[in-house]
Design a protein around this ligand. Structure first.
Ligand SMILES: C[S@@+](CC[C@H](N)C(=O)[O-])C[C@H]1O[C@@H](n2cnc3c(N)ncnc32)[C@H](O)[C@@H]1O
Length: 290
């Protein structure tokens, strides 16, 4: 989990501070509702009785599953108490029966206690790559499944992009370098955890975790120019979050360009532009316990 503050040699840690990000997760949650409804429709089976959203963040998948499966027990699990507060707030607002429970994907006992009984469906979106040992984390999750239960992970795919190649502030390719900075931070996070990143794809990782019938599918997110309303807000929120997270891995020149582009009082503020798009590929891998 995010260990903050100074590390050895007083280097800031590469681990992500998800508590700090919770307000941004809250802001962007409503814009995700439809996507998670579609995904829940693809992943659930009407017989599912115990389902969980692991590393849930704002738990948009848990809420989508609760809608699709009104009789099921739905648990939203996260290592970060601030995210669980957010889940409880959202559950109360919606009158949704989603329980929030704390556990890290690195801790099999805490996971078992959080989920409570053998699960029919586990969803883990963009969290396994933050585990101390991603292959172990998949094994822990596989261990929570009922026979015939499914583990679905949102990993891989193509990171969302919103900007033209050159925005006229800073050098061309600003967004590509932000994505690359994110990759370097993840690499450093793994080094700090003392783990090596997986050197094989997620389909093989699921097989090595003892699961079978692995299938993979991808959804194209293609919202054309100009982004407006919630879509524009989502783009600005995503970019601001990444710039906060990856700033230390950017050159000073790129950092200054992003500061200007994300400053609402600047004439260069991205919110003024009519040429932003949202292009992404969300990939999901699903596997079953024999
Ligand atoms: C990138 S966010 C993804 C949130 C959500 N699943 C989604 O796809 O939008 C990662 C989430 O995993 C949580 N997290 C990070 N490390 C974790 C760990 N070791 N165990 C459980 N949750 C963790 C964070 O607090 C955060 O809510």
């Amino acid at each position: 989990m995010a260990a903050h503050g100074d590390h050895e040699h007083h280097e800031p840690t590469a681990a992500f501070d998800f508590a700090e990000a919770a307000p941004r997760f809250r802001e962007r949650a409503d814009a995700e509702t439809d996507r998670y409804r579609r995904l829940a429709a693809q992943l659930h089976s009407p017989e599912d009785r115990v389902v969980a959203d692991i590393g849930c963040g704002a738990a948009s998948m848990a809420f989508a599953l609760a809608e699709a499966l009104p009789a099921a027990r739905v648990i939203a699990v996260d290592a970060e108490p601030a995210m669980l507060d957010l889940v409880r707030e959202r559950a109360a607002e919606r009158g949704a029966d989603v329980r929030a429970a704390q556990a890290s994907v690195d801790d099999p006992d805490a996971l078992a206690a959080a989920v409570g009984e053998p699960a029919d469906l586990l969803w883990a979106g963009h969290v396994i790559h933050h585990a101390a040992d991603p292959q172990q984390a998949l094994a822990h999750l596989a261990g929570l499944l009922a026979s015939g239960g499914r583990l679905a992970i949102g990993e891989g795919g193509v990171t969302a992009q919103f900007l033209p190649w050159h925005v006229g502030v800073g050098r061309p390719g600003l967004e590509l370098r932000l994505i690359e900075a994110g990759s370097r931070r993840l690499e450093n996070e793994a080094i700090e955890h003392g783990s090596t990143p997986l050197t094989y794809g997620w389909n093989l990782a699921l097989e090595r975790a003892g699961l079978t019938s692995v299938r993979t599918f991808s959804e194209l997110v293609a919202i054309p120019v100009p982004l407006e309303g919630d879509d524009l807000a989502h783009a600005l929120n995503s970019l601001a979050m990444r710039v906060d997270w990856f700033e230390r891995y950017l050159t000073e020149e790129d950092g200054a360009a992003w500061a200007e582009l994300l400053d609402e009082t600047s004439p260069e503020w991205l919110g003024h532009r009519r040429d932003l798009h949202h292009l992404a590929i969300e990939t999901v891998h699903v596997a079953a316990k024999p």
